[in-house]
Design a protein around this ligand. Sequence first.
Ligand code: ADP
Length: 188
Amino acid sequence: MSRIPDQKGMVVWLYGLSGAGKTTISLLLKQQLENDGFFAVCLDGDVLRSGINKDLGFAEDDREENIRRAAEIARLMLQNNIITICSFITPLQKHRTLASAIIGQSFTEVFIECPLEVCQARDVKGLYKKASANQIIHFTGISSSFEVPTNPELIIHTAAESPAESMEKVYNYITPLFKGTINTKTDR
Ligand code: ADP
């Protein structure tokens, strides 16, 4: 018997440098929410870029279009009451403003902060090494800018704690925004 959560959707938008921990936190958060009986999906920048956004590059206009499409997809999820966890570098303030404008008041942004040197040392996908060798152009933090938010809604410092601790902070911040709305129904 499957259980369908009667939940209020929201969009949790994780942004920060490549290797900061967005994907790691989003997957842990999705798992935690599912354990609680909520339904959540992850929208990941790399995944979208390998499919719906594969016609886009990393020059400024394409980065904006990447975010616009992602935000539109997130909005569709939201309209279906899905908790949608988005992981996108979202390098410029205007990109965050655009996503917020498309999604509306259910948009919650979380800055996944990690010093560039730590992201480079992690180099999860080997991209910093390539970017430093000029094998990748427009790489955020190396040859393309990342605007540090001046007044982030929530900031998570991933260099200072474990992935589980980081996820818990995001979880504790977002759950009051929709908890209490759950009313688990039973499928017949
Ligand atoms: P992003 O999605 O931002 O590019 P990833 O999640 O792919 O980054 O990679 C982040 C890396 O940093 C992973 O190897 C992860 O295990 C590690 N890491 C270390 N501490 C943390 C933390 N507190 N939160 C998230 N990731 C962390």
